[in-house]
Ligand binder design. Structure first.
Ligand SMILES: Cc1cc2nc3c(=O)[nH]c(=O)nc-3n(C[C@H](O)[C@H](O)[C@H](O)COP(=O)(O)OP(=O)(O)OC[C@H]3O[C@@H](n4cnc5c(N)ncnc54)[C@H](O)[C@@H]3O)c2cc1C
Length: 406
């Protein structure tokens, strides 16, 4: 990082400035730094996050390749089986379906980890790589023909390309003049972690209810994370219960599958929506993570998509540098937009369809969902194709997801 003074204002210069230090931004910055790109991170200290993330196996491979995974592994629980239970009271109910990773030759579909441990591992790796960090929010972002100027505190940073990883209310997205399409769901997710009396046997269980999924995902030992999707009033009422009453109520909803439960401190309420940016790249700014797409927490897609965003932009920047191209040029960032669009849209549509098939009152849809799960349960090649697509989408496998450095 070169620092020049411009009329008293210090200017930090870099090839790429990554704005935002959540998991998407840190992964992008680490992947860029690991590829030898002069990257700079601009982000305030991350806020406490009690959520967990189910990292699918291709994301784990990318974290291994970047040297982040060893610090995650002690805090992560393998997901060896996924069980789906139709817990609706409807006429057409789907059969219980269990998918096992061994069927597609994997030890685990992925690993579940608390976000605080994932962030700590990413922070530690960024420090090892000596990634320059500015611990302040970006206040203004101004792209021009040659680069992007980012104001923070009383100073400025200048880069050829900015990676907007600044979350759902992205300043980078606004600066690039990109609009977001949003569809709200009449649902809110209550998230928390809990202890339970019986072992989970490394199996994640998703109860499908009329209001949305109720999903228990293993954490190390006899602990799991819960994402309980309900109508907003029901979710708020549940979140307002005292610990003992809430623990008993969750055990009841889980049909005592894991025995007696006791909730940890820290509950989150997240109104559900699906949002997709009209473009993922414009004006020397590319968008990663929730700045580009927000998907409901169904099927563990959101952050896995974000990691593929980070891996893709690092690969595209590294390729452009090898060809001596301007890394922020329209044709370079257009490749990012093209490569990410199919992956993001296909995931958003799949999650949207699944969610709406649960909450709709339209009876034929219940029949179709039940039939689909029945077919998936019975037809081996279809099952295996679905499982493979779930953990490693064929259409989008940046090099890091295949275990290769960018
Ligand atoms: C209930 C729930 C459960 C989920 N479970 C899963 C799961 O199991 N698997 C999965 O893959 N995904 C899951 N997701 C999705 C996942 O949490 C998100 O995809 C992920 O948090 C997005 O990361 P991010 O880095 O893009 O955004 P964020 O985590 O929101 O980070 C954005 C960062 O940008 C910073 N920032 C904001 N403005 C500025 C600025 N002006 N300047 C600098 N920095 C700024 C913020 O401080 C923040 O640190 C879940 C989501 C929810 C709601």
């Amino acid at each position: 990082m070169v620092e020049v003074l411009n009329g008293g204002v210090a200017i930090d210069t870099a090839e790429v400035a990554v704005v935002g230090g959540g998991p998407a931004g840190l992964v992008a910055a680490i992947a860029l730094a690991a590829a030898g790109v002069n990257a700079l991170s601009i982000a305030p200290q991350a806020e406490a996050d009690h959520r967990t993330t189910a990292l699918l196996s291709s994301s784990v491979t990318a974290l291994e390749t970047l040297g982040v995974w060893p610090a995650c592994r002690p805090y992560a629980a393998p997901l060896e089986s996924l069980r789906i239970v139709d817990d609706t009271q409807r006429l057409f109910r789907a059969p219980e379906v269990v998918f096992t990773a061994a069927e597609i030759g994997l030890d685990a579909f992925g690993y579940n980890i608390e976000n605080r441990h994932l962030l700590a591992a990413l922070e530690a790796r960024a420090a090892e790589l000596k990634l320059p960090r500015i611990a302040a929010p970006a206040l203004a972002i101004a792209p021009d023909a040659d680069g992007v100027t980012i104001a923070y505190g009383g100073d400025e940073a200048r880069a050829r390309l900015a990676v907007g990883a600044d979350g759902a209310h992205s300043l980078c997205r606004t600066a690039a003049g990109i609009a977001m399409q949003r569809r709200n769901y009449p649902q809110t997710a209550l998230t928390l972690n809990l202890n339970h009396a019986r072992p989970h046997d490394d199996t994640s269980t998703e109860f499908h209810t009329e209001r949305g999924p109720f999903t228990l995902v293993p954490l190390p030992d006899r602990r799991s994370s819960l994402v309980c999707v309900l109508d907003p009033v029901g979710a708020a009422a549940l979140a307002a219960l005292d610990d003992a009453t809430l623990s008993a109520e969750i055990e009841r909803r889980a049909h005592s599958l894991l025995g007696a439960m006791s909730v940890d401190e820290g509950r989150g309420l997240f109104p559900l929506a699906v949002e997709t940016a009209d473009a993922f790249a414009r004006e020397r700014i590319v968008l990663v993570g929730e700045a580009a797409h927000v998907v409901p927490p169904i099927g563990a897609q959101g952050l896995n998509l974000s990691l593929r965003d980070g891996a893709a932009i690092a690969e595209i920047v590294a390729d452009a540098r090898r060809q001596n191209l301007d890394i922020g040029a329209p044709e370079v960032i257009a490749r990012y937009d093209r490569e990410r669009r199919a992956d993001v849209l296909s995931r958003a549509v799949a999650v949207d369809l699944l969610n709406r098939s649960l909450i709709t009152e339209f009876v034929p849809v219940h029949g179709a969902r039940g039939l689909s799960l029945y077919l998936v349960d019975r037809i081996g090649p279809l099952r295996r194709a679905l499982m493979r697509e779930g953990v490693a989408p064929a259409a989008s496998q940046p090099r890091l997801m295949r275990g290769e450095m960018v």
